[in-house]
Design a protein around this ligand. Sequence first.
Ligand SMILES: C[S@@+](CC[C@H](N)C(=O)[O-])C[C@H]1O[C@@H](n2cnc3c(N)ncnc32)[C@H](O)[C@@H]1O
Length: 193
Amino acid sequence: MKLQRVLQYAQQLLKEAIEEGDTVVDATAGNGHDTLFLAQLVGDGGQVYAFDVQKSAVDATLHRLLDHSLEHRALVLHAGHEQVAKHVQKPVAAAIFNLGYLPGSNHDIITKPNTTIQAIEDLLGLLKIGGLIVLVIYHGHPGGKEERDTVIDYVSTLPQKYVHVLKYEFLNQQNDPPFVIALEKMKELPKNP
Ligand SMILES: C[S@@+](CC[C@H](N)C(=O)[O-])C[C@H]1O[C@@H](n2cnc3c(N)ncnc32)[C@H](O)[C@@H]1O
């Protein structure tokens, strides 16, 4: 028996939530690893919407898709995930966030508490029943702990009859290891639950 590592676990959750033909979201495209993974899962009938505020990340993601001849399955947007509701109109089966900065890039460009919460809120509205939002939370960098705490506070208050909230975390690893939060939509949320 080997406990699944955090990234493996996040991918396992996505695999279980996504079927061919689904609409899905990569909220933080970065170098496009998750966008590619999602594009492989949705098949030719599905659609990935990928967001990033850095042009270099958009380009890297497009290149990765092109390398695998899967560019037709994804729309890679040079836009913040807080604009998800403007761009996505169809019911969403799953979304993934990798919070923090892009390794090997500008460490000052990080995901931020307010825009992350805005995107989660809008995605909860867009999710189909049974749909999943997976957040991989990196919190070792400056600003990371503030974002971590804001996200934990927000998801902890979501009423369980509408959303199930899970945390997957190794408790004895050193150096602020990342952890996973997963939100499963159980029921349509009222405007102000
Ligand atoms: C940890 S990296 C993502 C890694 C990525 N999943 C991969 O596979 O390479 C976080 C990314 O979030 C992006 N980002 C920061 N703020 C954002 C926002 N408001 N909307 C979308 N992306 C954002 C950063 O530019 C960075 O590329």
